[in-house]
Design a protein around this ligand. Structure first.
Ligand SMILES: NC(=O)c1ccc[n+]([C@@H]2O[C@H](COP(=O)([O-])OP(=O)(O)OC[C@H]3O[C@@H](n4cnc5c(N)ncnc54)[C@H](OP(=O)(O)O)[C@@H]3O)[C@@H](O)[C@H]2O)c1
Length: 356
């Protein structure tokens, strides 16, 4: 990839005229790099447009977001980036500026998340992105690019989790539903979605200072991190009608041993680690179900349908309307957000203004 000295923001902005969609020669991006045998670096650069990867849809990125995976992709020890140099950002939303697929006209509002975006090919932390059209989602009616990125992969994964629990049989009124890592992106989104759908939501969080915010999103009860971590009996008192676990190693054993007969947990996260130390008893004596959530590899058709639901019956409206739940960053202020999410300091979501 050719890079030139970082220039003033205005230069790229001025180079793009929506009436004449020629692409600028370079665009601004946050890049992580580790040349073979060289040292790791990260920061803002001007990237040559010629170095965009192959793809039939080129997008002027308006907004992106910050996910746990982005925090890892931006670190040398993150073990997530699969190619260098890399523009991270697993989520992006913006406007089509060049297209070889008639399904995506120039000027169309679109979004994308998952697949190799931001880990094995350039993602959302650049003013331009180029993707295969089979990875692109038309912006759902009524959804702004900023709201889409406030939702991002975290909200998408929360929606997958809620849909999976309800497909498994969970209904409003069945009993309390636990969300772990509740102050984080997936957790906060899950609290908002479940509460809006009439479920009694209990939030497990390591941050007691987050209780007011989570209550505004709809949490009806709270557990501390200590309540949901640490050793226990193979089966503890059956309490939860369902659960969304975003934390993994530290909390999933507790969740499994406290689910009610026939209940399920949607497991998406590894914020505390990847090991799972449990017994088979929850499965064979209570028939509980462990539902795995993989937002990265969901096929494009169900992905487009689920994004449509995020603008409708699965909308996390309370989260989008809560100023304290969203922190706005830009490419210039991205790095502190990437560091903070890796340190477990999330309070809802960061939304990143790229050119929006
Ligand atoms: N499977 C998928 O498709 C998918 C998609 C998106 C995200 N994820 C994963 O889901 C997890 C959450 O993502 P996110 O974007 O919501 O991250 P996040 O915003 O950083 O939230 C994670 C939360 O987990 C809790 N936590 C962190 N470290 C912990 C520890 N050592 N012990 C206990 N709790 C801890 C914290 O919440 P409290 O302080 O409130 O406890 C933290 O805010 C990550 O592991 C991410 O990689 C998976």
């Amino acid at each position: 990839m050719n890079t030139v000295t970082v220039g003033p923001r205005e230069r790229v902005a001025a180079a793009y005229d929506p009436r004449m969609p020629e692409l600028p020669a370079t665009f601004r991006a946050y890049v992580v790099d580790k040349p073979q045998g060289g040292t790791f670096s990260r920061g803002l650069r001007d990237v040559s447009t010629a170095d965009l990867p192959p793809g039939d849809v080129t997008i002027r990125v308006a907004w992106s977001g910050v996910n746990f995976k982005d925090g890892l992709a931006a670190r040398e020890d993150g073990r997530v980036a699969r190619s260098y140099p890399l523009i991270p950002g697993i989520d992006l939303a913006g406007t089509v500026v060049a297209s070889e697929d008639p399904a995506f006209a120039v000027g169309a509002a679109v979004l994308a998340n998952g697949y190799d975006i931001g880990v094995a090919r350039h993602g959302g932390y650049g003013e331009l992105a180029r993707l295969p059209s089979g990875w692109v989602v038309p912006m759902p009616a009524g959804m702004t690019a900023r709201d889409a990125m406030a939702i991002g992969t975290a909200g998408f994964t929360a929606a997958m989790s809620v849909a999976a629990l309800e497909n498994h049989g969970l209904r409003a009124g069945d009993g309390p539903v636990l969300v772990t890592g509740a102050s984080g992106g997936v957790g906060s989104m899950a609290v908002a979605m479940l509460a809006a759908r009439g479920h009694e939501v209990w939030a497990a969080t390591g941050k007691t200072s987050e209780a007011d915010r989570l209550a505004r999103l709809g949490a009806a009860g709270f557990l501390t991190r200590e309540d949901v971590t640490g050793p226990g009996r193979p089966l503890d008192s059956a309490r939860w009608a369902g659960a969304v676990d975003t934390v993994g190693a530290a909390t999933l054993p507790y969740v499994l041993r406290t689910l009610r007969i026939g209940a399920a947990v949607a497991s998406s996260g590894n914020a505390s680690g990847v090991e799972l130390v449990t017994t088979v008893l929850p499965f064979i004596l209570r028939g509980v179900a462990l539902l795995g959530m993989d937002s990265g590899n969901m096929a494009i058709e169900p992905r487009r349908v689920l994004w449509g639901r995020l603008a409708g019956d699965l909308s996390p409206r309370a989260m989008l309307d809560d100023a304290e739940s969203l922190t706005e960053a830009s490419l210039d202020t991205l790095e502190p957000a990437l560091n903070a999410i890796h340190a477990g300091e999330a309070r809802g979501r960061w939304v990143v203004r790229v050119t929006g």
